[in-house]
Design a protein around this ligand. Structure first.
Ligand code: ZN
Ligand code: ZN
Ligand code: ZN
Length: 139
């Protein structure tokens, strides 16, 4: 019993460490953006950059285009997760890490976005036909 408990708390501690690390990694740099994690309503970007929120690179002071690197797509429990980094084109300073998820929950498609630069957003779209005439045809 005691052993199981200590194992559990150790797992919890490393999870907390990972979370802290991940949060620090995601925070990257708030100096390059106008507003950190702005609320974007239901605008989920799977690609690209929200340039309006970019005030300029805090390292080289240039307001240039951004590069997108380290793009990856993975699937976890039926959820698709797209991640990529926003980089300063001039000095390759990492401005933000972008995360976009897509999943199907029952009859809904769910989209989420989390990015220091592009902000946070979520959207839910019904995959059922919402035409009432089509509904009556089913009965
Ligand atoms: Zn920066
Ligand atoms: Zn730069
Ligand atoms: Zn982004």
């Amino acid at each position: 019993m005691r052993q199981a408990k200590s194992q559990l708390s150790r797992a919890f501690v490393s999870w907390k460490l990972w979370r802290t690390f991940h949060a620090n990694g995601t925070a990257m740099c708030g100096d390059c953006v106008e507003k950190e994690y702005p609320n974007r309503g239901n605008t989920c970007l799977e690609n690209g950059s929200f340039l309006l929120n970019f005030t300029g690179c805090a390292v080289c002071n240039k307001r240039d285009f951004m590069l997108i690197t380290n793009k990856s797509l993975k699937e976890e429990d039926g959820e698709e997760i797209v991640t990529y980094d926003h980089l300063c084109k001039n000095c390759h300073h990492v401005i933000a890490r972008h995360e976009y998820t897509f999943s199907i929950m029952d009859e809904f498609q769910e989209y989420t976005m989390l990015c220091l630069l592009c902000g946070k957003a979520e959207d839910t779209i019904s995959i059922l036909p919402d035409d009432p005439r089509q509904m009556t045809l089913l009965f």
